[in-house]
Design a protein around this ligand. Structure first.
Ligand code: GLN
Length: 485
């Protein structure tokens, strides 16, 4: 059996018993990465020299992984898939990367993403489109596109990602894998290239829930280099016991009920039917599942508020991308001209559009109407969801209106502004809530996902519910069919 469908736990057991050797496993992963790179374009950089000489004393020791290209890796190119950073080599590791190294994890490469973390398609990277391993004609979602594709293709058992609106959880759904964004601050953001600091999370993409718990256990914890980071003195891995009888979940009628949609597509109908089937499986485990209602006006405001807040924060955070401190130096007679040249040539159209939105909503005369109103809406949504969490252990929802869309001409900004179903996962970022996507079956032979979100610092409970629901289905450790051939 190839290493490709094995969990972290199994690989660890095999490494410990000497059944497999770390460096052979790492070499195999590197050669698979190289072999499939031309088909899927997962990586910005593949580290062909990665090796491991340490002891197998930790679950991650000697096991290959991949890291999204917006996490700083000391001495290794970190571009955030942007032309403005195409030659940037950090002199330090992100805290999450440092902790992985301490655990003996072996990074074999940096993964392609939507430029600077903005986007949801995997089509805006300076090194080109990432293709979905289930079907090369389709996108894999974004912005953690290469991480999702590499895990789905079986190249690595896990990859780090980042999530500002749904950037771990949406590509996980489109690629038939698990994507987990822990509570805000549980993993330090130090060394993560900031997109929107109040919404940014570091998390992980894996092929089963247990592996997600193992990885986050190893990288979580308060960090003096990130003042928003927090501790959770509990092993997420050890909390997985599948004892979920009596737990309560709710789903939002306005998102999940087919009658809410005018002319629903066949894919949407099938996705919502699969969603209901999984609710039945959850009920069979003794979980109580109830329908709740949230004002549609409020739900429709999630996306515009997200866009306002994230673009405003991004415009400010990315103002250091001038070509002076990092990236290729622009040309011009004055400092302003040099910076303008660098930014004009460096950013893709999507980034420029977002900076225009960000600058507009931050202008003094617009702040009250746009930026501050977006913050108010964020607060209303978080309050509403927190009130649900007084009664429920979590919110369970479908991840999308269907499987990964086809790649086409205008797929750069795959965001339909009024589609609540496509954008609700930003709730997890608004509130900093722990949120996990797990595979939920197939529509047209392509994977779709289901998402569970819970209250702040209740990560163990959320993971345990996901773990129990995962065990009622057959998608654990699955890799994309094209790669199993
Ligand atoms: N799709 C969202 C966006 O386009 C999410 C991005 C993210 O989570 N990094 O901004």
């Amino acid at each position: 059996m190839s290493y490709k469908t094995k969990s972290i736990e199994t690989l660890h057991e095999e490494l410990k018993s000497g059944q497999i050797k770390a460096n052979e496993l790492i070499q195999e992963a590197i050669s698979e990465a190289k072999k499939y790179q031309k088909d899927y374009n997962f990586f910005v950089t593949i580290d062909e020299n990665a090796t491991y000489e340490g002891p197998i004393d930790n679950m991650l020791a000697g096991i290959p992984c991949a890291i999204k290209d917006n996490l700083s890796t000391k001495g290794m190119l970190s571009t955030a898939s942007s032309n403005t950073l195409k030659d940037y080599i950090p002199i330090f590791d992100a805290t999450a990367v440092e902790k992985l190294k301490e655990a003996g994890a072996v990074n074999i490469g940096k993964t392609v993403m939507d430029e600077l973390g903005m986007g949801s398609t995997g089509t805006t990277a300076h090194t080109g489109i990432v293709y979905n391993p289930w079907d090369r004609k389709r996108m894999c979602g974004g912005s953690s596109s290469g991480s999702a594709a590499a895990v789905a293709a079986g190249i690595v058992p896990y990859a780090l990602g980042s999530d500002t609106g749904d950037s771990i959880r949406k590509p996980a759904a489109y690629c038939g894998i698990v994507g987990y964004k822990p509570t805000y601050g549980l993993v330090s953001r130090f060394g993560l290239f900031a997109f929107a600091s109040s919404l940014d999370h570091v998390g992980v993409l894996t092929r089963n829930v247990k592996d997600a718990a193992i990885v986050i256990d190893n990288i979580k914890g308060q960090d003096e280099k990130d003042m928003t980071s927090i501790n959770l003195d509990q092993s997420l891995y050890q909390a997985l016991d599948k004892k979920v009888a009596g737990k309560k979940l709710c789903y939002i009628k306005e998102i999940c009920n087919i009658d809410e949609y005018e002319n629903p597509s066949k894919e949407l109908k099938e996705s919502l039917t699969l969603f209901q089937k999984t609710l039945d499986k959850a009920k069979a485990l003794g979980i109580k599942v109830e329908e709740v209602s949230i004002d549609k006006t409020l739900l429709s405001a999630i996306f515009p508020s997200y866009l306002c807040i994230s673009c405003a924060e991004a415009t400010s955070n990315d103002s250091n991308l001038t070509g002076i401190l990092f990236g290729p130096r622009g040309t011009g007679k004055s400092v302003n001209q040099i910076m303008k040249d660098h930014r004009t040539k460096g950013f893709s159209p999507l980034i420029k559009r977002r900076f225009v939105i960000g600058s507009y909503v931050l202008q003094q005369e617009n702040q009250e109407k746009y930026f501050k109103n977006a913050q108010r809406i964020r607060r209303l949504i978080v309050n509403k969801v927190n009130s649900l969490f007084e009664k429920y252990d979590g919110l369970i929802l479908p991840c999308s209106a269907g499987p990964a869309p086809l790649l086409n001409q205008d797929n750069e900004e795959q965001i339909s502004t009024n589609d609540i179903l496509e954008n609700h996962m930003a709730i997890g970022n608004f509130g900093g809530f722990p949120s996990i996507t797990i595979p939920n079956g197939f529509v047209n032979d392509l994977p779709i996902g289901i998402n569970i979100t819970g209250k702040v610092l209740d990560d163990a409970n959320v993971l345990n519910i996901a773990y129990a629901i995962e065990s009622t289905m057959n998608y654990k450790n699955q890799i994309a069919k094209e790669n199993t051939k």
